[in-house]
Design a protein around this ligand. Structure first.
Ligand SMILES: Nc1nc2c(ncn2[C@@H]2O[C@H](COP(=O)(O)OP(=O)(O)O)[C@@H](O)[C@H]2O)c(=O)[nH]1
Ligand SMILES: [Mg+2]
Length: 258
């Protein structure tokens, strides 16, 4: 008799015009990762004008969400996290659809969450192996990562990774405050809430087909104000939230006993 797989890992891919890449990424995603765990694949197609959705389905995607118009990577990841929760994922793993990140290493990136050591993981290129990244991209990555280190007062190696894992709790509480991007603001948000973050070394190979959506001015002009806005926002610490919930439960019990 088949064993019932009652825990679910959803691998989700935000995608915009990736018909030449997404099929390869999906076919490389391991479907057997751990005893008792099933893997499903979800694509958030952000208004692609090519055959991204058809290619994803033929490659074996289990769920596709299609935005009618292009809304931005931040909006797509926000929707991906919400959809993972709706679809009953215990863990969500985001990976770019451009074949730059290694699907074979998904179990490694998820492992700290499985082992109870982290709520949020990042596949770190700078702790691992990088092939083909231009020098100005390297400098840009280092600068944006250093900014996050300063703001969070902790060491981070790769703050712009396109491969990240989330516990269900982290997916429920993560907030992405702009539609254009998610990379820095989600880390600032989760770590400030008290979620435990861990980086795992991964192998990275720059894309072979298509182009990065990043344009320097637009990126800096959108991301810096969003970081500023996120840092000025008060967040409820997870510890405080748990305390508050405990207080409410105790109060309810006391009321019931009266
Ligand atoms: N949702 C959404 N995803 C996008 C958009 N532009 C790019 N992406 C996806 O975001 C991921 C990373 O994009 P990419 O352009 O390679 O950025 P880079 O890796 O930071 O240079 C890929 O999966 C793209 O398909 C967009 O406008 N909306
Ligand atoms: Mg890319």
């Amino acid at each position: 008799m088949d064993r019932i797989e009652d825990r679910k890992l959803i691998v989700f891919l935000p995608a915009h015009n990736e018909e030449l890449n997404i099929g390869q990424v999906i076919s490389r995603i391991p479907r057997k990762v751990r005893e008792g765990w099933q893997v499903e694949v979800l694509v958030i197609d952000d208004g692609s004008t090519d055959r991204t959705a058809q290619v994803a389905l033929s490659a074996g995607a289990d769920h596709i969400i299609q935005f009618e118009k292009n809304r931005g990577l931040g909006a797509a990841v926000r929707e991906g996290l919400a959809a993972c929760v709706r679809l009953g994922a215990d863990i969500g793993l985001m990976i770019d659809a451009d074949n730059e990140y290694p699907p074979e290493e998904i179990p490694d990136v998820v492992a700290p969450i499985w082992n109870g050591q982290a709520d949020y993981t990042m596949g770190s290129r700078f702790k691992g192996v990088i092939r083909g990244m231009t020098i100005h991209r390297r400098i840009g990555n280092v600068c944006f990562t250093m900014l996050q280190c300063v703001l969070l007062r902790r060491v981070i190696w790769d703050g712009q990774s396109g491969m990240r894992g989330f516990s269900r709790e982290a997916m429920l509480h993560a907030e992405i405050i702009h539609d254009y991007n998610y990379a820095q603001v989600i880390t600032l948000n989760l770590v400030r809430q008290g979620f435990r973050m861990k980086e795992v070394p991964i192998r990275y190979q720059v894309r072979v087909h298509g182009q990065s959506f990043i344009k320097f001015r637009k990126y800096v002009g959108s991301v810096l104000p969003a970081i500023w806005k996120e840092m000025r926002r008060p967040v409820v610490k997870r510890q405080q939230l748990l305390q508050q919930q405990k207080q409410i439960l105790l109060q309810r019990r006391a009321n019931a006993e009266e």
